[in-house]
Write a protein that binds this ligand. Sequence first.
Ligand code: KG4
Ligand code: ZN
Length: 336
Amino acid sequence: MRILGIETSCDDTGAAVVEDGRILSNIVAAQDIHLEYGGVVPELASRAHITLLPRVVQQALDTAQVTVDQIEAVAATVGPGLVGSLLVGIEFAKGFALARGIPWVGVNHVEAHLVSAGLEADLQAPYVGMVASGGHTEIYHVPEPGVFRRVGSTRDDAAGEAFDKIGKLLGLPYPAGPHLDRLAREGRADAIPLPRARLKGDTLDLSMSGLKTAAKLFLEREPRPIPDPRIRDIAASVEKAIVDVLVERLGQALSRFEARAVTVAGGCACNTLLREETARLAAARGIPARFPSPKLCRDNGAMIAHAGSLAIQRGQTTPFSATAIANLDSFSLLPV
Ligand code: KG4
Ligand code: ZN
């Protein structure tokens, strides 16, 4: 099946054509209008999607060398995300599908991250997956195709927020995650003692706020500008503290649930140490670790197309009455 995937849940405008699990094109236009505000401005994001989406879709069709008539289904993100932004992609997808007389399928954004590694490598249920990005840090068990059970999530900041906020205190540009990663490669991870939150009880939830506060207090005492070898040590220590918390929870999830693979997706899945430690965890259990390539880690249309075609294969399409759900928490994502 040749499917068009549309992603407009936040500030990236994405469109992709995927044919039988093969990516023919995957175009993402980032919206730099938000940079001067230091965060995403929802109204500006929706307006930018309206301008960008038709062009991004055309580029996706051109790159894939397919015409509108050769598209057999359309998928778009229905949530979670910014309502105004989601609506742009959803209504475009519905209009496209109605005009062509083809099915449309509304996709849960988190579910799309979870299955995204399956575009590049074998990823079969049962598996355990983590989505770690600027907006999400959640662990899922996928016991069978199409069933996504959230088994843990952050109680406060997302992992990406922790990288970005601590990185900002270090004077790094936004988003700080990739810069911190680069600095950390040449630093000593045991240079600075930082806490790893231990939540009470039998939970796979996690917390980043204690670490963030500790890093803030610690950094207030550092002379400015922080000299070179020192900043690398701090970056490595911060990265290790964040990754330790994530990987400990992943390990606990793997002990609790049947899994023949583990996957980590979302922007933070680009992190070098997170990949290394997750790969080590998986190797110790004799299962593969699957990470999407960097282009598929960030928000993109290909993962939406892929999740959409998996849903269609399971016999799920979406009625035209369905629309955006900002805090979408269900769909095929089932709570435990
Ligand atoms: O999925 P994503 O592109 O978008 C949103 O969450 O909206 O994730 C972006 C997040 C940012 O917080 C960024 O700092 C983080 O992913 N990130 C990284 C790395 N690359 C991106 N964090 C740590 N190490 C990286 N290499
Ligand atoms: Zn995302």
